[in-house]
Write a protein that binds this ligand. Sequence first.
Ligand code: ATP
Ligand code: MG
Length: 226
Amino acid sequence: MIELSGIEKTYHTGGVDTPVLHGINISIEEGEFVALMGPSGTGKSTLMNILGLLDRPTAGVYKLAGQDLTKLDDNKLSTIRNKRVGFVFQLFHLLPRVSVLQNVLLPFLYTDPYPTDARDRAQSLLKGVGLQDRMYFKPNALSGGQQQRVAIARALVNEPALILADEPTGNLDSVASQEILEIFDRIHAQGRTIVMVTHEAEIAAHASRVITLKDGCIASDEKRGS
Ligand SMILES: Nc1ncnc2c1ncn2[C@@H]1O[C@H](COP(=O)(O)OP(=O)(O)OP(=O)(O)O)[C@@H](O)[C@H]1O
Ligand SMILES: [Mg+2]
């Protein structure tokens, strides 16, 4: 499903070059649950942004579902991102001024034609994460764990094949983290491909494969026996 070959990333900021990723080669099969680990500043979020088509590599080839994305223009990339990728971030990234339900419907904003069952899908996902009685609340009236569950529903509403989560439990206490991880386990069991950044071995234990980055290179890549 995902094939990265020779991925390099150098940021150019204020006349300074910061090389971050140095020739990353990874292939990820459909249905894998990958934990991405490694020290702070090692390039995990940089790699996630590339995987999620939010940023482009400086060099190398990224194929998603067989399609070489390196040569596509920004419009095509955002169409693919919208259809195929769902994001969950450490700081939830919900829109504060609209309801929980409207937040989950956001990925449909530019979908044409607007799916007639969009609202049903959003409501049923919110039910699935236990928020049926919070749909018309604003995000700031929810706990952190509840906000992250909204973000997960939003990431799933387009039925993307790939879910990317960058430290999704990084701002949650252990009870809320556990609930979020159970949801990810469920999503994985439904056959979705998940890549999750985490600093904690206990969280990585939910994954079927652990890739560790160090200084912008892959330091280890281990599949767990089933
Ligand atoms: N826009 C940018 N411009 C310049 N340098 C950047 C930019 N974004 C990230 N970097 C640098 O790239 C390196 C990798 O950052 P990245 O956010 O990918 O690390 P990370 O592994 O996700 O770390 P953490 O575990 O702390 O989240 C860091 O040294 C960072 O300073
Ligand atoms: Mg990061």
